[in-house]
Design a binder for this molecule. Structure first.
Ligand code: HEC
Length: 196
């Protein structure tokens, strides 16, 4: 585990960009008094608006480890992780993280199984992972919207980290379409009515 604590650069850069934009707006207003104001924003203002937040850490791998932890990836992709940590206070060794599992999540989407990311990431290029994360086309309860909202820099850090963990474990079972009866345990996502 790294001792470094990654901090987000977001706040500092928001203030820096906000003050820049105020100055830019004042200059634009002054320019407007003398003649026609150009409709195109200054290139620096465009860059500021497009700047994607990302975590900073000593290395890409440290950033990726931090993002995996705060992103809750272990909650589903490391069966038993939450239970062990909450009940015993002991975290599962990192060498056992993200190996996926064969207890499914069933709902309107059929049954999905938490993928073995240790294997998935060995069989995917960084570019393929970025495409997958941007598209977010997959079954719940995988938090696809979280991946879709992540900056490329953070996605690349997650990729570097999980790939560096190396392959381990078995491939998770294939997802089942709605209506197909699962042949192994699954956790149903079905609201229960209160009794009485
Ligand atoms: C609530 C449970 C849950 C959480 C939390 C979760 N996942 Fe998933 N994940 C799944 C399930 C279930 C699937 C399989 C989805 C499907 O069948 O379409 C999946 C699939 C994936 C896949 C596709 C793998 C492949 O081989 O197709 C990736 C990549 C992934 N998850 C990454 C992550 C990352 C990174 C995080 C943390 C930011 C995360 N997941 C958090 C449940 C979860």
């Amino acid at each position: 585990m790294s001792a470094s604590s990654p901090k987000t650069k977001l706040n500092a850069s928001i203030f820096a960009h906000a003050s820049f934009l105020v100055v830019a707006a004042m200059l634009a207003m002054q320019a407007g008094c003398g003649g026609p104001v150009s409709a195109a924003p200054a290139p620096a203002a465009v860059a500021a608006a497009n700047a994607q937040p990302s975590v900073s850490a000593a290395s890409m791998i440290d950033a990726g480890r931090y993002l995996v932890k705060i992103g809750g990836c272990n909650d589903c992709h490391t069966p038993g992780y939450v239970e062990q940590l909450m009940m015993t206070g002991k975290e599962m060794p990192e060498s056992d993280w993200l190996m996926g599992g064969d207890v499914g999540f069933s709902g309107q989407w059929g049954v999905s199984y938490p993928a073995n990311l240790r294997l998935s990431f060995q069989n995917m290029t960084e570019e393929q992972f970025l495409e997958m994360a941007h598209a977010g086309q997959g079954r719940p309860p995988m938090p696809w919207p979280s991946l879709m909202a992540m900056s490329d820099q953070d996605l690349k850090a997650i990729y570097a980290y999980i790939r560096a963990l190396g392959p381990k474990g078995e491939v998770a079972p294939a997802a089942l379409s709605p209506g197909v009866e699962p042949d192994r345990p699954h956790i149903p996502f079905v609201p229960q009515m209160p009794k009485g």
